[in-house]
Design a protein around this ligand. Structure first.
Ligand code: SF4
Ligand code: SF4
Length: 715
């Protein structure tokens, strides 16, 4: 397509007052190859939009460089079906954050317009990648309350669902429960689980197909076209689905590891799951002799929040013990329950349930450390607790001890998905919390690191029935959303609606496998030689593969090595004698770029030597851009992205961490060019850190002043 570029400069919102617009327009008209350069005092208004549309109709403008506000606003206003749009941020990043009518502010604006035009020349129209044979069915693995709810929600929205349940019946742990926690004010009365009605609803719904005593043998393909093999008692079933909800739930922590509490040694030391089964059977008795249990002790956090056991809090065990203490009292008003805890955790309205248990004189609660549990030879147990709230130690004789054991995700040691992905059959999990799927749960609570596959319920994190129901509802919506997005060739998140995708110029691929290994979402499979085999519907469009590729053969229609390299070349680097340093800042579009917008909105002033380049993720920064910048005389480079490490905030999970790792390669470049390592820095910045921007930039500029100008300036 022959490019006809129009450059449109807005003079509203203070831009016109801060800059010499005539000079800017003249520069744009004389040197950037644009067919038209126009200014308008209110470009996002009706008249401004008509101006651009008119040029498109009469002058054939098919590429509009809009030098106005941030691309994070008015993106819908500056959207033209027949024109490529490149936004240049003269408002937040220039006029609102730098001294008005200053030579350096003007130079900044001119560089940004040059950079925008350079990029615009290389952006191409993108055709969405749309596969045929998209399925709109949702596969739900697990038939407990989470899976049941997810399938019902999917069906209610008009889509079909398939449930695959390992057990012979639906219901999961909820089916084994006597009662559930209170659900309404005053949060004091236990309720029936209602699981039978739910099972009936699901089995009678014509949009839901249920396989019990069945397991998923394999899942191949990509969102919209996952090919699933299911093993059922009646034989193998092959089917195609659009998305997957993993709702396989939890299992109790292995109590055989809790010998210190007498489990396995004393028959009357049991777990909370065992007590639940007893209560459902109608009687709470001593396993040793079947006599009614008159005194029951509950030991909280048994094997949780403890070194050598589960490091986390299962969040529901305090509530479960309060519930089970209520069973003890309801079944025998003369019986007594003792709850020994490290902390009682009853979030939200459940505090009222805790209070109602406190008000029951037959339920005794105290904080304390259980130091020993012994048996007297007649299967009576003696629990010794020290540092209690009462002060000192106490000894309590009981019939049974119930260990509040925690929840472990089924995925900790079971293959659930059996994905046929180059990066492995399961979901990448959290380093510390084995089995819980990793993702950016702050921003995307349902996502996993496999696009189109969502986790919900206790397999995602320990949670109550009510929380699992809510979770399942959210996951069902996400599962539908991804199907609809891939049906039109768009990304579902975080670049929702993005219809570009990475293209590989494979003739030059050296099969180094960096892209296949570093893609955080398992998008790329590979052939036997190691050549990447993309699955576009799995792709999140982060560009991390583009950042990884040493051959620089991966590109998007609107984001490529050449595009950003051209923007870097468009920066006018003043000679050494002018004493005007230049810094290129590769700024992550997710948090850092909006933080700079926030700095502008708050009129924070920072050094005008910075030339910002918005990147999809720091992980998408190819080291060649850094080398190009340094060779063109730029004095320093900052990469600004999201926090990495255990509590990372990177929208693409590993991007900023990979950028940090790639800094080693950057050091090699610096050594080769005989340049100081301090010229390149990687910074972590959250959106709410915007107020730190002036000092962060200021400190970096001071450092550069100490180092002195880039010796490649002027070459
Ligand atoms: S753009 Fe991101 S998600 Fe897509 S293939 Fe590349 S690394 Fe993977
Ligand atoms: S990173 Fe580039 S060269 Fe290496 S396998 Fe991927 S496409 Fe090929």
């Amino acid at each position: 397509m022959e490019k006809k570029i129009g450059i449109y400069i807005c003079t509203g919102c203070g831009i016109g007052e801060a800059l010499d617009i005539e000079k800017l327009s003249t520069m744009a008209g004389n040197s950037l190859g644009a067919s038209v350069v126009k200014t308008h005092h209110f470009l996002c208004g009706e008249e401004g939009i008509k101006l651009i549309e008119g040029d498109s109709a009469t002058e054939g403008i098919n590429t509009a460089v809009i030098a106005a506000c941030s691309n994070r606003v008015n993106f819908d206003v500056f959207s033209f079906p027949n024109a490529i749009v490149e936004r240049v941020n003269l408002r937040e990043h220039v006029a609102w954050s730098h001294t008005p009518n200053d030579e350096d502010t003007q130079m900044l604006a001119e560089d940004y317009v040059r950079m925008g035009a350079a990029k615009a020349k290389r952006i191409e129209f993108s055709e969405p990648h749309i596969e045929e044979d998209i399925s709109k069915t949702v596969l739900v693995i697990g038939g407990g309350i989470t899976g049941i709810t997810a399938a019902l929600e999917v069906a209610k929205a008009g889509y079909e669902a398939i449930i695959v349940e390992k057990e012979a019946q639906l219901g999961g742990f909820m089916g084994k429960m006597h009662k559930r926690l209170p659900m309404a004010y005053p949060f004091a009365k236990l309720e029936d689980t209602g699981v039978d009605a739910k099972i009936k609803e699901v089995t009678e719904d014509p949009k839901i197909k249920v396989y019990t005593s069945a397991e998923v043998e394999k899942i191949a393909g990509q969102p919209g076209m996952f090919d699933v093999a299911i093993n059922t008692s009646g034989g193998a079933v092959d089917t195609r689905v659009g998305s997957v909800i993993m709702a396989t739930g939890w299992k109790p922590y292995d109590a055989s590891k809790l010998g210190t509490y007498g489990y396995g040694e004393y028959p009357n030391v049991i777990t909370n799951v065992m007590l639940e089964e007893m209560a459902k059977g109608g009687r709470i008795t001593r396993p040793s002799d079947g006599k009614p249990a008159k005194n029951v002790a509950f030991i909280q956090c048994a094997g949780q929040r403890e070194e050598g056991h589960l490091p986390y809090c299962s969040s529901v065990c305090c509530l479960t013990s309060l519930k089970q203490a209520t069973y003890v009292r309801e079944m025998d008003p003369d019986a007594k329950a003792y709850i020994f805890y490290k902390d009682i955790r009853t979030p939200g309205q459940y505090e009222l349930f805790y209070k109602s248990a406190q008000d029951d004189e037959g339920i005794f609660l105290t904080k304390g450390n259980v130091t020993s549990i012994n048996e007297d030879g007649l299967n009576n147990l003696m629990v010794e607790v020290e540092d209690t709230l009462l002060g000192g130690s106490i000894r309590v004789g009981v019939d049974i001890v119930v260990l509040a054991t925690g929840m472990v995700p089924t995925t900790a040691d079971e293959a659930v998905l059996n994905l046929q992905y180059r990066q492995g059959p399961g979901l990448p999990d959290l380093d510390l919390y084995n089995g819980f799927a990793d993702s950016n749960f702050i921003c995307f609570p349902f996502e996993t690191r496999r696009t189109g596959i969502y986790s919900a319920g206790a397999v995602k994190m320990p949670q109550t029935i009510s929380e699992s129901v809510e979770d399942a509802t959210g996951a069902a919506l996400k599962a539908i959303q991804v199907i609809e997005a891939v049906s039109v060739g768009k990304a579902v998140h975080p670049r929702s609606g993005d219809s570009t995708y990475p293209e590989f110029f494979l003739q030059r691929c050296t099969q180094c496998k960096r892209c296949t290994e570093e893609c955080p979402f398992g998008t790329l499979d590979e052939d036997e030689k190691g050549t990447p085999q993309p699955n576009p519907n799995r792709c999140r469009r982060c560009g991390i593969c583009l950042g990884a590729c040493p051959e620089r053969i991966i590109s998007f229609k609107n984001y490529s090595i050449d595009m950003l390299a051209s923007a870097i070349k468009a920066i006018e680097v003043p000679g050494e004698e002018e004493n005007k340093p230049r810094v290129v800042a590769f700024v992550c579009e997710n948090d850092a770029y909006p933080a700079f917008d926030m700095a502008g909105i708050n009129r924070l002033n920072y050094n005008p030597s910075i030339r910002m380049i918005s990147v999809r993720c720091l992980g998408s920064v190819n080291t060649v851009w850094i080398a190009d910048s340094l060779s063109s005389g730029v004095d320093g480079i900052i990469l600004i992205g999201c926090k990495y490490g255990d509590d990372y905030q990177c929208h693409f999970v590993k991007g900023s961490e990979l950028a940090n790792y790639r800094m080693e390669k950057v050091q090699e470049t610096l050594n080769r060019l005989v340049l100081e390592s301090d010229r390149v820095q990687l910074l972590q910045l959250a959106i709410n850190d915007y107020d730190k921007i002036p000092s962060i930039i200021g400190e970096f500029m001071e450092k550069l002043e100490e180092i002195g100008p880039n010796p490649y300036k002027g070459f």
